[in-house]
Design a binder for this molecule. Sequence first.
Ligand code: XMP
Length: 512
Amino acid sequence: RILILDFGSQVTQLIARRVRESGVYCEIMPFSVEEERIRSFAPKGVILSGGPASTTSEGSPRAPELIFEMGVPVLGICYGQQTMAMQLSGEVEGSDHQEFGKAFLEVRKASPLFEGLWDVGERHQVWMSHGDRVAALPAGFEVIGTSEGAPCAAVADEQRRYYGVQFHPEVVHTPDGGRLLANFTHRIAGCRGDWTMAAFREQAIAAIRHQVGDGRVICGLSGGVDSSVAAVLLHEAIGEQLTCIFVDHGLLRQGEAEQVVEVFRHHYNIPLVARDASELFLGKLEGVEDPEEKRKIIGNTFIDVFDEEAAKVGGADFLAQGTLYPDVIESVSFTGGPSVTIKSHHNVGGLPERMQMRLVEPLRELFKDEVRVLGRELGLPESLVGRHPFPGPGLAIRIPGPVSREKADILRKADAIYLDEIAKAGLYDAIWQAFAVLLPVRTVGVMGDARSYDFVCALRAVTSTDGMTAESYPFDHGFLAGAATRIINEVRGVNRVVYDVTSKPPGTIEWE
Ligand code: XMP
């Protein structure tokens, strides 16, 4: 097991993810954690994350001295490297050569960290983000890699097994970063690499039982992957102590509400309250154009309805949510600036404060693809586990401008046809998310011999690994033309179809 000490980098969870990918169990703790917890965790290696502070400023965070006394290997990343250098009597300086983004590491010396990966003299792409840099190495250290802006881009004390890198191996822009971290966890720290999602399942179940005791839990089901996996995991952990609540806001995809009832009530026998609140939601959304306003209305109404249903269930002590790591941090900034609110995701705010219940969030550390693996592990049907992500506010944020039941119905049909075509072409799993958007624009067309004046439907499909960045999916033209023809022929109210080719950034995946 590996301990990751967090100095506040926005990508600390990515380190955890890479370590898990190397088949090694890890936990993240704040840098200020009590030494006792570190001792009882008994890590085989410690990774120090990056962070927004400057080691040269007074009062900046330091790693607990204990980790340098335990005789275990330590890997410092960016800020972690700098504080390690300082704490072991090296020096760090502000640099006038800041490096942000892509850089090249020149390998100077062989090291177990690079073994099987990088040879001396080679240059490899890495991702940098730093102003400060290590200026003088502590005794015992030597440089094993350099970059233009960082003479100490990679350093090692092979004797004590201390390593420091100025770049971020955990991000995808360091293409070999995952394997480099695996070198640390396997070769250097000696972890076996046999940890799997099955082990996560056991640990998560034990943790839920420990947290909940004999308390009662209610869990909001949305029909999406995250809350479904959370619900089944909880049910496995605490059985009848769990009640699920499903609120249909009238803005779901075709067939979704029915599927939720089928799978959870009938297949899993999970106590489920299903409430059709579409009238209420659509009524409140009438005439509302502003995306944030829509999100707030849906979020607040959702809380009201959920609260009402929860009160009927009576006496729950805990509220369970399928919150994932990317829900917690939406905008990744490598510069350490505060993360800004791009969109208020309604599933992470509001409910807990209002309900005054303690939270159970068993998926909080996972990324979407990891949740899918866990879902399969739990035996959830592929149609649910493999399903594309769907936002809490649903179709409301795929209908720019005012939302109505009529528009939602049009969009549901177009969306279902589009997804059907994607499935038939065998492309569903190659795509992170695909959906139709109904634009508040009418254009002229000719259908049969008549003039039409109907809505424009936009199609969106993106590839992504975590929803934080995305590329438009490169369909061939024939596919798009085929889908467009079907939508126009089969959906009344749409007479033109366009394809969205925007990446994220600068676009977002959803249109609102
Ligand atoms: P954006 O549009 O911000 O979306 O690029 C990134 C991912 O998040 C989903 N999304 C949401 N999910 N509640 C959710 O549960 C929301 O309010 C919400 N808004 C966006 C989006 O579908 C994509 O997968």
